[in-house]
Design a protein. Sequence first.
Length: 343
Amino acid sequence: MLAAVLEGVRQMELKDVPVPGIKRNEVLVRVKACGICQTDYSAYTGRRTNWTPPIILGHEISGVVEDVGDEVDSWKLGDEVILSPVISCGECDNCRLGLGHYCRNGKVIGGEGQKIVLPGGFAEYVAVPTSVLYKKPANATFESAALSEPLAGSYKGMIEYSNLRLGEDVVIIGAGAMGLLLLELAVAGGAGNTIVIDVVDARLKKAKELGATHTINSKEVDPREAVYDIIPNGPDIVFEAAGVLEAAKLSFGLTRRGTRVNMFGVIIPGEIPVSPAEIHFNETRVDASFSVNPRVMTKAISLIEKGKVDPGKIVTHRFNLTEIDKALEAMELPDRIKVIINP
Ligand SMILES: [Zn+2]
Ligand SMILES: [Zn+2]
């Protein structure tokens, strides 16, 4: 089968590799769509260092069941499926507490956050245990379905950890893929004002289309002044979804007493100054959200099925697996939001 194998920093090679064999409790999935996550791209550029070549990346996967192991009776050939990248053991203390993404014996399919990384979705096929399979809603495209994983991580951040409540004012810094999924959730969740900050007008336009009540280009105006012009009492929730340290710093700069900050996007090393006393007196709450567990995958897929959120709306670029180089180049385009590979 064809696979895009990362052989080293900026060395992505299209290779003919054997179709993976399946164990008795596994299925073979023909990949129909796989999103490129910023973490994939950071591995490619070398900004992310927690991987060893050769590796097949890609963890936002949807596809069709092509073969099933001897012990598999709940899935059959032709089933349309969504994959969660996290394979949790189900038996450690964290798994039993419903925190599968903290699994002590976890593995991840084409992603990061677990010690063992299995081949991912930038390939024609992946072999996976049935525990990571979810039924693709019939009304969802493979593209939307592939984005269940980033939607689930966003759901965990916005709804479960930062506890968005009806009518609350939300500021999202960064109108990239994650920022816009957070926006879709905030809108669906009944936020009051949804203010999106970015430096690229094309992305801010997309944010408007997806229901942002206000957008701010922080290259043109002072973002704190602009936010407080719109909501003089300040935001209930601030999400950092730009992935850069300046945005993390700005998140704290936008708070008032009682704001809940979510450190959602920064995945690169580095530090920012924070004032413990300010956090104390303002009772600033800091949350984050990394990776997914079965509960939030289930919730995210149900939101797609019910038409409450459509993650497919953020897709701006599509490529065949044979065009992986072009797809990686597209990651650098300023108007790029989500890039999808269709093997
Ligand atoms: Zn990801
Ligand atoms: Zn576990």
